[in-house]
Write a protein that binds this ligand. Sequence first.
Ligand code: TNX
Length: 543
Amino acid sequence: MENPKNNYRPFWQLPLFFVLTLSLGCSETQKLPELVLPETDLSSEALLPKPLEVIGNQTAFALDQYSAIYTVEGEASFSGVGEYLSQEIAGVTKLTLPLNPDSMEGPFRGIYLNKNQGMDQEAYELAIVRDSILLTASTAEGAFRGVQTLRQLIPEYANDTLGANPVWVIPGGLIKDKPAFTYRGSMLDVARHFFSVEDVKKYLDVLAYYKMNYLHLHLTDDQGWRIEITSWPKLTEVGGQTEVGGGSGGFYTQEDFKDLVAYASQRFITLVPEVDMPGHTNAASVSYPFLNGNGKTPKPYTGMRVGFSTLDTRKDTVYQFIDDVVREISAMSPGPYFHIGGDESHATKPSDYAYFIKRVVPIVRKYGKTPMGWDEVATVSLDSNVVAQFWQDEENAEKAVEQGMKVLMSPAKRAYLDMSYDSISKFGLHWAAYIPVERAYSWTPDLYAKNVPREAILGVEAPLWSETISTMEELEYLAFPRLLGIAEIGWTETSKRSWEDYKTRLAGQIPYFRRRNIQFYPSRQVPWNEPDSLLPWYKNRTK
Ligand code: TNX
């Protein structure tokens, strides 16, 4: 019989008997050990974000040493996803699944990554039957999202009693899935405290697992400049050496940044670089005092106030500086967006602010990027090809909609990961709200702000400001588990979501958190099913 990897037909459209013949009928697969697999229930698995449709069929796929991954021929990007899947499976099971093995190599149960044009970009279908798994998508990106679902279905521990060798029992059935919003992201403030390349990679791994597709890096602020700009070396030589609280700061070299871009893009995550201006620029002005526009001599700043710094908006050399910065960063950033900040420019006169934003927007476009800015940028008369990131001011968000701009939803009262969980939380601020886990989950982007309708919304992003956190453990305390709620809000249609159902699936993430050494806040709102003493941080919580 034909090698199944050469079968390009949309698998799930084939009659079931053909599917079974495909997987059981060939003489090679008959040599696989006979296993009596337990009944399963795909629909009760702790999948997060919740897929659009899940139909269980009680059968199961036996993932074991006789499993192999096959990807559609002639599509390098699909085989890249296959390679990633193989590595991730090895990480849990220690199995080394061959990728596209020659059919002579042995009898295998196949995990097939197939291409079917005509599906949405990030959509996928996952069909799991007894001896094969078929993951279908139009794009490698869609296949990658589906691979996350498959990863979430692999049990943490093997069943050792089914045969001579360990078997990881994957519940059978069909999943059809696609995201509600095209932008599902998080932001890390690496300026107030610096986080290393390794830390950011760990965060990217988690974003990928929960199907998020953007990571916004807040690269500059009053307390530090974190990205090497070769034409302006003092930015990092001087401005990169400070952080909140007086620590030694740090920065990404251009090689580091490219490494992060590559690591993210292997996970189908786009980096959004932010250079915050004209406010939040003290570190830049300390490095090059001619940039400063607040009339004072700039001094290194390691406190937590905002709104005191500004660039000099009326000097042409300032725009030459910005041109160089945007050019160098854009050349390393394959994504469509460049974030110009624009928030809390209280030391900039409104007329200077408008003048500044209108001059910076064309610079960003000159380097092929779409400008993104905090919601204040919508107070300036621009055009529709700008993204406004709503964080606080509904009137600004309305102004963005009136100008035809897309709005990225990051309401501080719900989506800010740096807000404390409650009054005794160890870290975080609470100027916007206390945000317990339920509150972070139970909101809807298109019902949040008056006159910001669904059509205007690009997606959701959860920013994590780092004034109060300086280690990965502390970062994780604030991000997890609330980030997962934002991931589900971005992926799963509101009509398919409920807190009651979500909180049980959230509790089901503990094995993953443990395996990846991810700290989290064990909110009392979530039925973790664990003795308190085994939960991290368990003494510091009321909610
Ligand atoms: C407001 S949100 C800021 C940041 C702070 C954050 C702390 C925004 C656009 N600006 O500069 O870090 O509050 O929660």
